[in-house]
Design a protein around this ligand. Structure first.
Ligand code: ADP
Ligand code: MG
Length: 213
């Protein structure tokens, strides 16, 4: 289980730019889904990027198992991202030239998992999310809702201890939103830490914790 926290966090994209988060501290509980919420432009996505070690805080830190990993060397941050973090990006932009199943498998290849096992894992995730018949299609041939589910499969392929999802229900109708939320909850219930950025009231009603930005 991952012990994930942020401490005294501040971030600005530019040196003289507007600073966000005002020294925010929070401990994310394994087993829970936590929503980062607040109006558009408040920094929900930015905070996910900081937690996912894709950005470095201007001050304060991201702690993983008590260690300030936000300032760890690039190689260590990359290893944490590959091995322990799954990221479901908002614009589920998939490489148009490659098949859906390849997109789902890719984070597993980065993490060094064997190809054969990954094929099985990717197919079973695609089955679970009703995408069995899309596995061999190119992303140009899937709908927005399907692309979002592909992005979820991709984020889950390494069974990450920390799952970060940016507006995971953004393009989805109610039925698909429920499917995705149930998957996020199930991921949390098996001891993982799930953090999502959302301003969707339907989602906010169903999460365990809320951090208002
Ligand atoms: P949210 O996800 O809550 O809508 P964001 O994290 O996307 O908010 O953005 C927070 C603020 O940072 C906004 O003012 C946005 O314009 C700005 N911002 C986002 N990305 C960048 C970037 N790459 N460079 C400069 N400013 C950015
Ligand atoms: Mg955002």
């Amino acid at each position: 289980m991952a012990e994930l926290a942020i401490e005294d966090l501040r971030f600005a994209y530019k040196r003289a730019g507007e600073e966000m988060f005002n020294g925010l501290s929070w401990q994310f509980e394994p087993g829970s889904v936590t929503a980062l919420t607040g109006p558009s432009g408040r920094g929900k996505s930015t905070l996910l990027f900081l937690i996912g070690l894709l950005l470095t805080p201007t001050s304060g830190r991201v702690l993983l198992d008590g260690e300030a990993v936000s300032r760890a060397p690039d190689a260590q941050r990359a290893a944490i991202r590959a091995g322990r973090v799954g990221f479901m990006f908002q614009d589920a932009q998939l490489d148009p030239t490659r098949r859906v199943i390849d997109a789902v498998m890719e984070p597993g290849l980065y993490a060094g998992h064997a190809h054969a096992g990954l094929v099985d894992r990717a197919r079973s995730l695609l089955d679970q999310f009703g995408l069995t018949d899309r596995a061999d299609h190119r992303p140009g041939q899937v709908s927005g809702g399907q692309a979002q589910r592909v992005a979820l499969c991709r984020a889950l392929v390494n069974s990450p201890e920390i799952l970060l999802a940016d507006e995971p229900t953004g393009n989805l109708d109610r039925g698909n939103a429920e499917l995705v939320l149930d998957a996020l909850s199930a991921t949390a219930r098996s001891g993982n830490t799930v953090v999502i950025a959302t301003h969707d009231p339907f989602v906010l009603e169903r999460v365990d914790e809320r951090v208002a930005l």
